[in-house]
Design a protein around this ligand. Structure first.
Ligand SMILES: NC(=O)c1ccc[n+]([C@@H]2O[C@H](COP(=O)([O-])OP(=O)(O)OC[C@H]3O[C@@H](n4cnc5c(N)ncnc54)[C@H](OP(=O)(O)O)[C@@H]3O)[C@@H](O)[C@H]2O)c1
Length: 248
């Protein structure tokens, strides 16, 4: 039994070594579930595993994989749980430093679709026969998918369309598929040095609650949609942005 009296579940969190994914993985592991975290950087995953063990006595399993690479995804399948109760598609990133001209445009668009769409779609399609009855797929997109954000926002919006069809395909077997779309979240690697004090203040001012998000805010939304109680919610987009769409 998990901490809250429910059955122990197998949870896979992509991008679980840092930021929002780490907050999600920590919550699930604290509740007593079996958690696998996936990312490209071995040293980051192993440092996270060590830290969780030493500081909180929690055990999570690291799996190194570039989720945008089909060969890599195929190769790690034996290292992922035979039965998956919850898949959190959280891995994703945005690269601003690309060149100009058609080649720059191509690099940005192709890159954003690889970084954000393929990282969710390849692993989900590969695991679809392993989802348990009452399984959960929760995919992390962005407010950029709803308010506009160039190729990055378009790639996250593509996940919204994909999620609708996934929800229809997996619904008959009891699996729900939902989206969490965060606004600005500080304390992750996503923005690198771009999120300085002035930018944080500007972004906080766009919300109705006067602050930017924390990884734990997004983790709480993910855990709700992944919970056994949320079985009648599917194909949904849960915004987690402090009212940013209304506030601007
Ligand atoms: N922070 C924000 O303000 C914000 C706002 C809206 C949405 N989001 C979304 O939230 C999600 C988590 O971002 P975050 O803010 O927590 O940033 P983060 O700290 O950079 O987390 C992203 C994680 O994804 C992993 N990852 C990236 N590409 C991968 C790939 N190809 N294969 C496997 N793992 C990959 C990264 O690890 P490796 O580099 O080791 O692979 C990293 O652990 C992303 O999808 C992001 O688009 C963030």
């Amino acid at each position: 039994m998990a901490e809250n009296g429910t059955a122990v579940r197998n949870i896979v969190v992509t991008g679980g070594g840092t930021g929002i994914g780490l907050a999600v993985a920590t919550r699930f592991a604290s509740d007593g579930h079996h958690v696998t975290i996936v990312g490209r950087r071995r040293e980051v995953l192993h440092a996270t595993v060590r830290e969780l063990r030493e500081e909180s006595g929690l055990d999570v399993t690291p799996v190194v994989c570039d989720l945008a690479d089909p060969d890599d995804v195929e190769a790690v399948l034996p290292h992922l749980p035979e039965r998956v109760d919850v898949l959190v598609n959280n891995a994703g990133s945005r690269e601003l430093a690309v060149g100009a001209g058609p080649h720059g445009v191509l690099a940005r668009w192709r890159g954003d679709f690889e970084r954000n769409v393929l990282t969710a779609v390849l692993i989900t399609e590969s695991l679809r026969d392993r989802f348990s009855e009452d399984g959960r797929v929760v995919t992390v997109t962005s407010v950029a998918a709803l308010r506009g954000g160039g190729s990055y926002g378009a790639s996250k919006a593509a996940l919204h369309a994909w999620n609708h069809s996934l929800a229809a395909q997996l619904g008959p077997q009891g699996v729900t598929c939902n989206i969490v779309a965060p606004g600005t979240v500080a304390g992750t690697e996503f923005f690198g040095a771009r999120l300085n004090e002035a930018e944080l203040t500007r972004r906080a001012g766009r919300t109705l609650v006067g602050r930017v998000g924390r990884p734990a805010d997004v983790a709480a939304a993910v855990l709700f949609l992944a919970s056994p109680e949320a079985g009648f919610i599917t194909g949904e987009i849960l915004q987690c942005n402090g009212g940013e769409l209304l506030g601007r």
